[in-house]
Design a protein around this ligand. Sequence first.
Ligand code: NAP
Length: 312
Amino acid sequence: MNQETVHEVVIVGSGPAGYTAAIYAARAQLNPIVYEGSVTAGGALMNTTEVENFPGFPNGVMGPDLMEQMRKQSERFGAKLITDDIVEMKLDGKVKELKDGSGNLIKTKSLILATGSAYKEIGLENEKRLSGRGVSWCATCDGFFFRDQVIAVVGGGDSAMEEANFLTKFASKVVIIHRREQLRASKIMIERAKNNPKIEFLFNTQVIDVIGTDKVTGLKLKDLKSGTERIQDFTGLFVAIGHLPRSELIKGQVDLDNDGYAKVQSGTTLTNVPGVFACGDLVDHRYRQAITAAGTGCQAALDAEKYLTALS
Ligand code: NAP
């Protein structure tokens, strides 16, 4: 890449928000550069199974297939996709400067941030130590390794229900452990989990430790009503307790809220930095759906286009 070129728009992130921004920016002939990330392009939907609620797919669509289609659609209009990370950003000034994982300097007049969110951890020392040795955040990635085993899923939201249902393909039993009595998940997902004969629920229960020397053998659980603690045997722990915004790179440059989400002007994708737009799960702690992320990706591209028109 010519390091002197000043691009019209660079998009960082490759979930539904990033690719939708790329489709719109490419059709507006802004020649967008998309940094997809060095590991897996496609964002959180790459770890999902069937997406049943994305409009236009009456029979559902697999998360990775949906992302592949969005990716191809952005390429069709000329978006340039780069499989690398942005590791540094300098956002003041009219020309934004970015550095990628290969050491390239990228200059751009506008920037769309669509970096999404990362899995939240419970925060236990042994959870980290036994990660990949029985502790996982992704049932579609790791479920296969737990054939005929008894697995715990922590969380009470849609992710926990989805992970648990998926894991019953392999596991002999899946126990959903939730810290409250009421589940946060949507009715349809709760129904499905409750009707699955391999799924059991443990309410008002907190995981306070993960037991195991070189692989998970059990969990230390606390009954939050009685205060009693006990160890229960499990060979797998899937953590599905939500996400944290990926905003480390922009901290100190773009205004964030108390939870670390990028702040945007109401009803737009405009951050406090002129020429920098934010969309998708980086901004949204309320809806967090593929369709809402795609919607704000579209808004970001339109906002960037308007900004660039005013510059010229
Ligand atoms: P979520 O809705 O925020 O739920 C997180 C769950 O984890 C909550 O039940 C929460 O408990 C629990 N939790 C949080 N921190 C915890 C901790 N430190 N220890 C123990 N439990 C903890 O997150 P999500 O399930 O990942 O869903 C995120 C969004 O994606 C939602 O809007 C959801 O609808 C969407 N989604 C949709 C689908 C689908 O439609 N197929 C699938 C997956 C996700 P409390 O309830 O007590 O707060």
